[in-house]
Design a protein around this ligand. Structure first.
Ligand code: SF4
Ligand code: SF4
Length: 120
């Protein structure tokens, strides 16, 4: 499968998850987000405005998905936003829906240890 190794700033040229899922959270989390960006869903849950529709796109997302994006409320984003990690299953589902190749996480490997000769 064609894939791309996760890199530190992968999200800055992606934004797929912000334009794929309904981004909902417990209503109290919305208290820290600008009011015009929050849409109540039920008495208990709210979501990011723009994500509760057939073709979701969070209104806090700036730029063009797949090219260059940023989150205008990054430091205030909800726990739901923070849960999605580059290279996880939710990430790659959203990327696939946007025609982007999946990301894979590569565990750092120990390339030397005490059983090898050390440079002194
Ligand atoms: S889909 Fe993945 S890579 Fe793209 S913005 Fe979301 S977490 Fe980042
Ligand atoms: S608040 Fe930011 S991180 Fe969360 S969905 Fe919107 S643009 Fe993406």
């Amino acid at each position: 499968m064609l894939s791309q190794v996760t890199y530190e700033n992968a999200c800055l040229s992606c934004g797929a998850c912000c334009a794929y899922y309904r981004v909902s959270f417990y209503w109290a989390e919305g208290e820290q987000i600008p009011e015009h960006l929050v849409e109540p869903i039920t008495p208990v849950y709210s979501c990011m405005r723009g994500t509760n529709q057939t073709q979701p796109r969070c209104q806090a997302l700036e730029g063009t998905p797949g090219e260059q994006v940023s989150c205008s409320i990054y430091s205030m984003r909800s726990s739901s936003c923070q849960e999605v990690q580059a290279g996880d299953s939710q990430c790659n589902k959203a990327r696939s829906a946007h025609g982007m190749i999946p990301l894979i996480n590569i565990e750092p490997q120990v390339i030397n240890d005490e059983s090898y000769d050390q440079v002194s």
